[in-house]
Design a protein. Structure first.
Lengths: 266, 334
């Protein structure tokens, strides 16, 4: 019974992705016809097409740069903020965390046009930097909350011991707090990375050319005037999803640990 | 080594007084203990000395130098915690070496010092283990090693023995005393365990709600308590309370000072035995006397029985009188 429920749930979640994989391997002629449900023969033609007819490699590189930089920036700033709030006991901790949380409640669409004007004024339109800055801002609340939670779970005496043993505040963060909070940092980093990798709205609004276009937008712009290249879209989607799936599999346990840390003692 | 002087050092959180202005001097090389119930401000006091918390007012001196504005690392103090606070991601060797590494000591010297300390504390075979692979007593030794390795001016100890089981606690208590005698480092010790305070210290201060109730040698504070709080806090089993003849006065006598006889005796008063607690070396007798419960120690050879009458002998000089309203000791017999 339990197994059946799990299988059903898994099927529900995985089915669309599987369908993409199937579609990406179907010959073009069978794409819009049903039956056959499954391709009569497997073809790599769509994969060849997306890498030859398109600047897809460039777009993947853009996505990677944006996601990695966003993750790094959000983790550095987020770790410092969480350290101040959680361990250095800055005054107004609850107020700060409240404001941080409220920022994340903003519907992104409401901020698109002011941000567009701002980035334009800064001369950052159609640059990777524009996306990195925007994504970092929007992923910081998650990073700060997650890391603050993690730091809270560390015994405060370890920080005190490090200070008494001669560390500066930064030294204690670097030598003691960060190594011990590594699972939390990993979890926060992965979530930020996935957010930045998948984001669509800002990427669509702030990019104009393949100089800064990222994967989700790149794929969305596949359809031409007269035809929708389903096979190529599917192939590109599979390519876009693989890194995230790989990351999730590699760090699955750590993510779960990270998300539930502090919930239960022990 | 340093002399520590508190000049009106105080700590408040908003309106709440955690530590009232404190005037006190701890001598160079002294073993000084703050003892009090939880929440009396003793841990805050240690944090103020360590520099982990900032005082609200007043000044703190090590010898002649004012240190209350210095960062913890610049004060050259070492601290041992109740939880040991060992760095879980570092080996025993790295834990002990940590204060030296942070200070940029040369590698060869670090290795030498770690070996020396490990030798003293019997940790040499454990140097490559992680803290989680150690027993409580071993962890405690590592914490001591980390504190000893750089020969600090002041040793701070925050209930270092509280997490050990009874037998190990006595062993480590002895070891602490030996270490203090061998190194002579000024030590400020904090505990809620009055027996530990008495056994270890050259002087104790009884702390209550952020104020020192009394300060002196353990013997002086025990034998001559300044008020009801001190009298009740020190001594085990705790002080017996008796109704005085005047309603404004409460009388107290320590169980250890009450001698219980099984047969009538001059000057002793009769009471009914309600409970017997043999501890091996002593036999504690609880008796009902004029509506009060009094605990005393059975006289050598006496075997009082439960439900029978026993005779309590209380030396008048050992009965303390306290003002009921303020708790202050009344020195003239009422």
């Amino acid at each position: 019974m339990r197994l059946a429920a799990l299988v059903l749930l898994a099927a529900y979640c995985v089915a669309p992705f599987l369908w993409q994989v199937v579609t990406s391997l179907k010959p073009a002629a069978e794409l819009t016809s049903l039956p056959p449900l499954l391709p009569t023969r497997l073809t790599g033609e769509h994969y060849v097409a997306i890498f030859t007819g398109h600047p897809l490699l460039r777009i993947i590189a853009n996505s990677a740069v944006v996601a990695v930089c966003t993750t790094a920036l959000a983790l550095v700033v987020g770790a410092l903020a969480a350290y101040a709030v959680s361990i250095l006991r800055v005054r107004g901790r609850a107020a700060i965390l409240g404001v941080v949380l409220s920022v994340s409640m903003f519907p992104p669409i409401a901020t698109v046009s002011p941000l567009f004007l701002l980035l334009n004024a800064l001369g950052l339109r159609d640059t990777l930097a524009a996306l990195v800055l925007t994504y970092s801002t929007f992923s910081l609340p998650l990073a700060v909350w997650l890391l603050a939670n993690f730091f809270d779970a560390l015994p405060r005496e370890l920080y005190v011991a490090a200070r008494v043993d001669g560390c500066s505040a930064f030294g204690a963060l670097w030598r003691v707090v960060l190594p011990l909070a590594a699972p939390g940092i990993l979890a926060a980093g992965l979530l930020v990375f996935i957010f930045a990798w998948n984001e669509f709205l800002f990427a669509l609004s702030f990019t104009a050319t393949e100089a800064s276009r990222t994967l989700p937008v790149g794929i969305a712009l596949f359809p031409g005037l007269h035809e929708v290249p389903y096979g190529e879209i599917a192939a590109a989607s599979v390519v876009a999803t693989l890194p995230v799936v790989a990351l999730a599999f590699a760090f699955q346990r750590r993510i779960v640990e990270g998300l539930t840390a502090g919930a239960v003692k022990g | 080594m340093a002399r520590i002087r508190f000049a009106g050092l105080a700590k408040r959180f908003d309106a709440q007084v955690v530590l009232a202005p404190l005037e006190l001097e701890i001598a160079e090389g002294e073993f000084f203990t703050f003892v009090g119930p939880s929440g009396c401000g003793k841990s805050t006091l240690l944090n103020l000395i360590a520099g982990v918390e900032a005082p609200s007012s007043g000044a703190l001196y090590f010898d002649e130098a004012r240190v209350d504005a210095l960062a913890p690392g610049a004060r050259d103090v070492a601290m041992v915690f109740q939880s040991y606070a060992l760095y879980p991601h570092l080996s025993v060797r790295e834990n002990i070496a940590f204060p030296l590494r942070v200070r940029g000591t040369a590698r060869a010297e670090i290795a030498r010092e770690v070996e020396r300390v490990a030798q003293v504390l019997g940790l040499s075979p454990l140097l490559d283990r992680k803290p989680r692979q150690l027993s409580g007593g071993q962890r405690q030794r590592v914490a001591l090693g980390r504190a000893l390795v750089r020969k600090p001016r002041v040793f701070l100890m925050d209930e270092p023995l509280s997490n050990l089981d009874a037998r190990l606690r006595l062993e480590m208590r002895e070891e602490l005393k030996r270490l203090h005698e061998a190194h002579g480092i000024t030590t400020v010790y904090v505990t809620h365990d009055q027996e530990e305070a008495m056994a270890l210290s050259q002087r104790v201060a009884v702390l209550n709600a952020g104020r020192i109730e009394q300060c002196g040698t353990p013997q002086a504070v025990y034998a001559d308590p300044a008020n009801l709080f001190v009298a009740q806090f020190l001594g085990s089993p705790p002080l017996n309370l008796l109704e005085g003849e005047s309603p404004e006065v409460v009388l107290g006598v320590r169980p250890a000072d009450v001698l219980v006889h099984a047969s009538p005796r001059e000057g002793a008063t009769a009471a009914r035995v309600t409970l017997l607690e043999p501890t091996g070396s002593d036999l504690w007798v609880t008796a009902d006397w004029r509506g009060s419960r009094i605990k005393g120690r059975a006289a050598p050879g006496a075997a009082p029985e439960r439900g029978a009458t026993a005779w309590l002998e209380m030396p008048p000089g050992r009965i303390y009188a306290f003002d009921r309203a303020t708790g202050t000791r009344q020195r003239t017999p009422a």
